[in-house]
Every structure is written in C-alpha cells, then in structure tokens.
Design a protein around this ligand. Structure first.
Ligand SMILES: [Zn+2]
Length: 340
C-alpha cells in the first residue's frame, strides 16, 4: 500500500480516500437484536446508491490505491469497498446475484469452524432457543465443561408473540424486556468461553428449552461447497479466525493459531492465497495486530468507523456498520461518513 507518490502527512491532514462498509447477512428476518441483517431490497438500493455516488472497489484494490493517493480529496466521490463478516449462506444465495447485477465487488470474511459444522452461528442459535414465543422452565441451572449457568427466569418465563413483535424493534443500547435481557445475559456468558464449551452449553440449553430445532435457512452458515462457488472475480474470501473468539482476551499463541489455522484452512479449500482479514467483533490489541502480521496478513479490518486515508495502517482499516436502511437513508449516511 505504499507508493512513491504518497505524501507523508500527520493524521489530522491525511487525505481521505474511501470508506469500507460492513454487512453481515442479506435477508428478511423477524428478530435481529444486533442489526446484522439487511433486506435484499434495501441491499440492492444500497448498491444502486454506490454506483451513482461512489466508486466501488474491491477491498485490496482500495487499500493499495489509498496508499498511492496524492490528489484525491473530500471533493471527489469516495472509493467504497463492500465487506461482509462471518459467512451467512444468504451471501451466496441472495447477495452474490445482486452484486453481479450491479457489478460491485465484495469481500466475505469467513469463520472456519461453522463451514465444517454447519448449522447456525452461536448467537443466532441462542436467539432461536431463547427468543421464541412460549414458556420456559422458571429456573435455569446448567453445569457443563467447567461453566455454570444458574439464574431464575422470573418475568422471562413466559414470552408472547406480542412481546416478540416488540423485541423485533430492539436494537443494541435499548432497554430490553425480560426475555431479551435473558438473551443478552446468556450471550455475554457464551461470548467469552471457548468454542467447545460453548457448543456443549448450547446443547444443554436446547435440552432445557425443549429443542433442538433444525437450522433455519434464513440464518444458516455457508457450506464449503457454497464458499468455493462464491469465491471468484467479484467476491473475494478473507479470513475471520477458526472460532470467532475475542482475540485480545486470549494468549498471543492462541491468537496466532486462530488466525493462521483459519488462513490455511481457507487457502486449502479455495486453492489460492487468502490475503485479507477481519478481527472478530472488531476487537484488536497491538498484540492482535502483531499476530495478524505474523500470520502473513497486510490488510485487516476493524469495526472502528473511520475512513481510509493515505496514512491508514493497513492492519487497522476502519469500517462503517451498515444497517437495514432504505436507499435514501443509506445515501444520507454515506454522505455523512464521507463529509463529517
Ligand atoms: Zn464476525
């Protein structure tokens, strides 16, 4: 990303070059506590806005072009790279045909474990267990894999379709109802434990709740075959660790393993080098960045909403989280990000 044309400037006067957008799933869902899904109609409207008001580029092209920029400024159109994290199956089924129709490149950051295990991501599975209308036992008491989940449910015991419809509008930061509060509490408990222990606790939670239900088509993970078919000229696959841990919370050795094993796994599936990486939850310490670098990455994205400038560190590229907005709202946000 360095170029002889590049002029060195302090950050305050860095030349803003472009924006990297972050999506997750593309689909219609009736419960989305983390705002991870954008409807296909809204996604297509976003792509139309991008072709009208921006210069869509693949992430690696945007990063290398930004390093060589010397004359672009805030007056021009932003270069914009579309990215999607995690690897929802709807990226292959729904997003890819829309990207092709509008000829817009994208990067998908894939987690290895779900590719081989199938099913849904753990946060969606937990939503399927907890946020379904019905009655749950009035107490949760599960002990497995060295972890103990114990709490009375109180007002969260019953959950009506009407309460679920209210929770459909819940967004991170809102005051949660009783069942949503239970979901968020369990989410926090499960986030920071290892992949194997989490799987065991989820199985126990299914038993406790009277499950398990089959994975939902709207939420399921990509299969290896779907990932292979997705990788090509328009969609590039990047790394997103083996099991999606909060990297700064684990040892440097384990961070390296999570990053390197995922890179090798994807490279063996795709039969080509995997060059770009996304930190799970956007979480990265200096040590995490060093681990990504030692794994061979030169481009890695965070979730810090900052534009790409000619002085951006290639291993700390900011991204803007795109929500389920219509085209007008998306265009307004894009403009705001571009001209703060
Ligand atoms: Zn992720």
């Amino acid at each position: 990303m360095l170029s002889r044309l590049r002029r060195r400037r302090p950050d305050a006067s860095a030349t803003t070059f472009g924006l990297v957008l972050m999506y997750h799933g593309i689909g219609e869902v009736d419960m989305d506590p983390w705002g991870l899904f954008v409807s296909p109609a809204n996604f297509e409207a976003h792509l139309e806005v991008l072709n009208r008001t921006a210069r869509p580029l693949a992430l690696p092209a945007l990063v290398s072009a930004a390093g060589g920029v010397s004359t672009h400024g805030n007056g021009g159109q932003p270069a914009v790279a579309v990215t999607s994290d995690d690897g929802y199956a709807n990226i292959a089924a729904t997003a890819k045909p829309l990207l092709e129709r509008h000829d817009i490149p994208a990067t998908l950051f894939a987690i290895s474990a779900p590719l081989t295990e199938g099913g849904e991501y753990w946060w969606d599975e937990l939503e399927a267990i907890i946020l379904q209308p019905g009655t749950l036992p009035d107490h949760l008491d599960i002990e497995d894999a060295g972890h103990h989940l114990s709490m009375p449910l109180d007002a969260a015991t019953t959950y009506t379709p009407a309460q679920r419809r209210v929770d459909h509008r819940f967004r991170d930061g809102d005051r949660p109802g009783a069942r949503m509060a239970l979901y968020l509490r369990l989410w926090a408990e499960l986030r920071d434990i290892g992949h194997t222990a989490r799987r065991r606790l989820l199985d126990r939670l299914w038993d406790w709740a009277g499950g398990p239900l089959a994975p939902r088509e709207s939420h399921r993970n990509l299969t290896i075959e779907e990932l292979t078919a997705l990788d090509g000229e328009l969609v590039t696959i990047g790394g997103h660790t083996m099991t999606h841990p909060l990297l700064p919370e684990i040892s440097f050795r384990r961070q390296r393993r999570e990053i390197i094993d995922n890179k090798r796994h994807l490279e063996s599936i795709l039969n080509r080098p995997v060059d770009v990486f996304s930190y799970p939850f956007g979480a990265h310490s200096n040590e995490t960045v060093a681990a990504a670098r030692s794994a061979g990455y030169h481009v890695a994205v965070t979730t810090r909403p900052t534009p790409v400038t000619d002085t951006t560190d290639g291993l700390r590229i900011g991204r803007f989280d795109v929500k389920n907005w219509d085209g007008d709202e998306f265009a307004r946000r894009l403009d705001e990000w571009w001209r703060p």
